[in-house]
Write a protein that binds this ligand. Structure first.
Ligand SMILES: [Zn+2]
Length: 377
């Protein structure tokens, strides 16, 4: 069965007022319509049709955490799909090896089989354990130096698409080239490294930065730190645009500096849930006023969803809708090397989000399959 979605369609070649046809195989079969003046894309009543959001940093949602194993990843992928996310990386915490294995075993089955009614889980983002004990953020202290053997073992359980490491931890800088040669994508984060460490990590094959500005050495003009290395040299980096983790001015600065800057949620179990007590991995956290914190007040991930990220970028940060669509989908796909996701183009997966004039989610399609959106009005 084919079906058609009508509205203002954001394609890589510009916006079109018309219809996008989804083929029986879940791919985009055709996009037809008349071009829209780039300056007027946001005008009109909508609906706006964007590439489905791709979130490379998801710990949880709907009260569940990826570290739980079992069907947690499925429930998380369902919750995020309601908010327009069509593909994601299930993200682990720093944890003992047996806890990581439990989590990856469960996610592996979901990656292989997929599941209707949920965002596509593309694989894992290992946020740690190869990070700096001195910059754990909200991660528990199970940090350890990188081990290719452990990584290979985990990758056999579920595809490890991305790993965060601190290059200044002894052994990690030297390991980057080996990890990259083995096919792993390396991102710098939870780090006390210097500017020089950052530059060297990029030279050795690291490609991005984990939640830019958070849990890394800040920029000082005589000691530019890991933030300075990212702003001066990075092609790609994550940022959390919940407006709690990073000041809007710092987001604007990063947007000017990093061509492939893309948004992640770093979302926790508390996402889509009322205020209260939750777990991040094994740690108790409290959700209050939109923030999730450890008992000492440290921010412990977010409750952000990608549709809110879109509204924050457009309505608060002030970027255009096409630019926001790139920051929420295309750049993340490019970072992972996926040419058939993150863009509305003939032949690509029909991962599609349909939004009303206020940029609220109305319809979502994952590989052509329709998602139930309970809050659509
Ligand atoms: Zn995280």
């Amino acid at each position: 069965m084919t079906r058609s979605v009508k509205g203002r369609i954001l394609t890589p070649a510009g916006a079109v007022e018309g219809a996008l046809r989804i083929g029986a195989q879940g791919r985009i079969e055709a996009i037809e319509g008349s071009p829209v003046d780039p300056a007027q894309v946001r005008d009109g009543t909508g609906p706006f049709i964007l590439p489905g959001f791709i979130d490379l940093h998801v710990h949880g949602g709907a009260g569940r955490d990826i570290m739980e194993g079992g069907d947690a990843a499925l429930q998380v992928a369902r919750k995020h799909a309601e908010h327009g996310t069509t593909a994601l990386l299930a993200t682990t915490m720093t944890a003992p090896p047996e806890d990581l294995r439990l989590s990856l075993e469960a996610v592996g089955a979901l990656c292989r089989a997929g599941a209707p009614g949920a965002a596509r889980v593309l694989g894992m983002h290992l946020e740690g354990p190869f990070i700096n004990k001195g910059k754990l953020g909200a991660q528990p202290d199970f940090a350890r130096p990188v081990s290719l053997a452990e990584l290979r073992e985990l990758d056999a359980l579920a595809p490890v698409r991305l790993l965060t490491l601190a290059p200044e931890v002894p052994g990690n800088m030297e390991a980057i080239a080996e990890l990259v040669a083995a096919g792993f994508r390396v991102q710098v984060g939870h780090t006390l490294g210097t500017y020089e460490d950052g530059v060297q990590a990029l030279e050795r094959g690291a490609r991005g930065f984990t939640h830019l500005f958070n849990a890394m050495t800040p920029l000082h003009h005589r000691m530019p730190g890991m933030v300075g290395a990212a702003l001066a040299h990075a092609q790609f980096a994550e940022i959390i645009p919940d407006l709690l983790h990073v000041h809007p001015g710092a987001i604007r600065a990063a947007l000017r500096c990093i061509p492939g800057l893309y948004c992640v949620t770093d979302s926790t179990a508390a996402t889509g849930m009322p205020d209260g007590e939750y777990k991040l991995g094994r740690q108790p956290v409290t959700k209050c006023l939109g923030g999730v914190r450890l008992a000492d007040g440290t921010l412990a991930g977010s409750t952000l969803t990608m549709d809110r990220a879109l509204r924050n970028l457009v309505d608060v940060i002030g970027i255009t809708l096409p630019d926001a669509a790139r920051r929420l989908a295309t750049h993340a796909a490019d970072f992972l090397g996926l040419a058939d996701r993150g863009r509305l183009a003939v032949g690509a997966w029909a991962d599609v989000v349909v939004l009303d004039r206020d940029l609220r989610v109305q319809e979502v399609f994952v590989e052509g399959g329709s998602i139930d959106v309970p809050h659509a009005g």
